[in-house]
Design a protein around this ligand. Structure first.
Ligand code: NAP
Length: 248
């Protein structure tokens, strides 16, 4: 399977850390040149790029806040300028701002919707013309188990992640005839900064709800993303659930 993505170009939003970083490295391992997007953590993005280049492919680091339409467009333009095309887009950048509905501020609502949901539209909108012209594309949207089942204190995040699933189905129907597949990946709880920031008590409680008895790893998620790009050509509009059995 190594080399299955030789010559392809992948843009991964939020690739400096966590799941996005693991996806970027996994795609590089299989031969893709990778655009590493980040918003504030340049050192982490540079170190991801170094790890990518160790696999003999090229990396381009691009700072862009993808919650802003103009910056998302500039990210795709910079990628196309450097590599001439984008074959794979992983809409991964995301944040959470957890609060009960009653206590949630408008800013907390807006920032999660803009970062997790609107960014996916902005990047997809910018990339899709080129994919149609070349009759090839793989778009992968990093949703979440929370978009499937909801969660206390996460109404903004759940709404964004459920919106990603609905967008995925609609875009999949629109783009199938251009050989562009669009899929959602729905991880359960994964060991990244986002989850490790929770208290030990909350983490223990979460693990007790997972039949496989552990959190997922960023590499578990990256393997699913890579599969969609290498062997998963008949998947489109799908929700790839990997959650240790927490939600079936
Ligand atoms: P993380 O460790 O907190 O990393 C988030 C990444 O997104 C970082 O690279 C960050 O860049 C980037 N980012 C944040 N806001 C951005 C913006 N406006 N523009 C560009 N990049 C931005 O998160 P993670 O746990 O890996 O999560 C990645 C994705 O998976 C998210 O969409 C999350 O909702 C989803 N997910 C996570 C879990 C989980 O349990 N961890 C489960 C299901 C789904 P900087 O380094 O520059 O800040």
């Amino acid at each position: 399977m190594a080399g299955a993505l030789d010559g392809q170009v992948a843009v991964v939003t939020g690739a400096s850390r966590g799941i996005g970083r693991a996806c970027a490295i996994e795609l590089a391992k299989h031969g893709a040149n990778v655009v590493v997007n980040y918003t504030s953590n340049k050192d982490a993005a540079d170190s991801a790029a170094k790890e990518i280049e160790a696999h003999g492919v090229k990396a381009l680091v691009v700072q862009a806040d993808v919650s802003k339409a103009d910056q998302a467009k500039a990210l795709i333009e910079a990628s196309e300028k450097e590599f001439g095309k984008v074959d794979i887009l992983v809409n991964n950048a995301g944040i959470n701002r957890d609060r009960t509905v009653q206590r949630m501020s408008v800013e907390e609502w807006d920032s999660v919707i803009e970062t997790d949901l609107s960014s996916m539209f902005y990047c997809t909108h910018a990339v899709v013309g080129g994919m149609r012209d070349r009759n090839y594309g793989r778009i992968i949207n990093m949703s979440s188990i929370i978009g499937q089942m909801g969660n206390l204190g996460q109404s903004n995040y759940a709404a964004a992640k459920a919106g990603m699933i609905a967008f995925t189905k609609s875009a999949a129907k629109e783009l199938a005839r251009f050989n562009v597949t669009v899929n959602a990946v729905c991880p359960g709880f994964v060991e990244t900064d986002m989850v490790m920031a929770l208290s030990d008590e909350v983490k223990a409680n979460l693990i007790s709800q997972i039949p496989l008895g552990r959190f997922g790893t960023a590499e578990d998620v990256a393997a699913t993303v890579r599969f969609l790009c290498t062997e998963g050509g008949f998947y489109t509009g799908a929700q790839m659930s990997l959650n240790g059995g927490q939600y079936m």
